[in-house]
Design a protein around this ligand. Sequence first.
Ligand SMILES: CC(C)(COP(=O)(O)OP(=O)(O)OC[C@H]1O[C@@H](n2cnc3c(N)ncnc32)[C@H](O)[C@@H]1OP(=O)(O)O)[C@@H](O)C(=O)NCCC(=O)NCCS
Length: 153
Amino acid sequence: MIRPATAADIDALVALEASFPAEDRFDRRTWRRLLTGHASVLVCEPPKGGLLAAAVMLYRKGAALARLYSITVAPEARGQGLARTLMAACEADAAGRHARAVRLEVRSTNSSAIRLYEAGGYRVIATLESYYPDGEAALRMEKSLDAPSNGAP
Ligand SMILES: CC(C)(COP(=O)(O)OP(=O)(O)OC[C@H]1O[C@@H](n2cnc3c(N)ncnc32)[C@H](O)[C@@H]1OP(=O)(O)O)[C@@H](O)C(=O)NCCC(=O)NCCS
């Protein structure tokens, strides 16, 4: 089931990112801020509890552009289409907030995420050198929400 996260999910959100390098993790304070600010945190919860996946969308008031800030699927739940489903929910959330497009940045070496985004209809619009604190470049990708289909050229 995909649903908006609440403050009660913070422990599980932190646990979901436990395997990430420290600089790529959100701490509890950041999660609390995201849950109360101009953001949507959507999570995928299995019937037995815990979280299988989470995604964060950022919105600025009146902006036509939404930002996919992060998406994470638990290692044991990968390869089953969860990220694809969660991204569709994020895009529906953005469209519901009158966004016309979704933009994201992804590490240039994160090939599985880049494939996920390309398959979902995102296109590279810029390469940002030294974007991350460790010096790695980012690809900036964007998808228009005006298009009638999901990823068709
Ligand atoms: C990237 C990530 C979110 C993908 O989650 P997932 O649930 O396994 O992805 P899905 O099963 O929905 O895959 C959808 C599509 O993404 C692409 N994809 C996903 N994982 C892939 C992999 N390991 N290798 C190649 N392509 C991959 C494929 O195009 C796939 O479609 P297909 O199965 O029809 O080939 C997951 O690997 C993850 O959490 N990684 C760590 C966090 C991260 O890097 N997040 C993105 C940057 S914030």
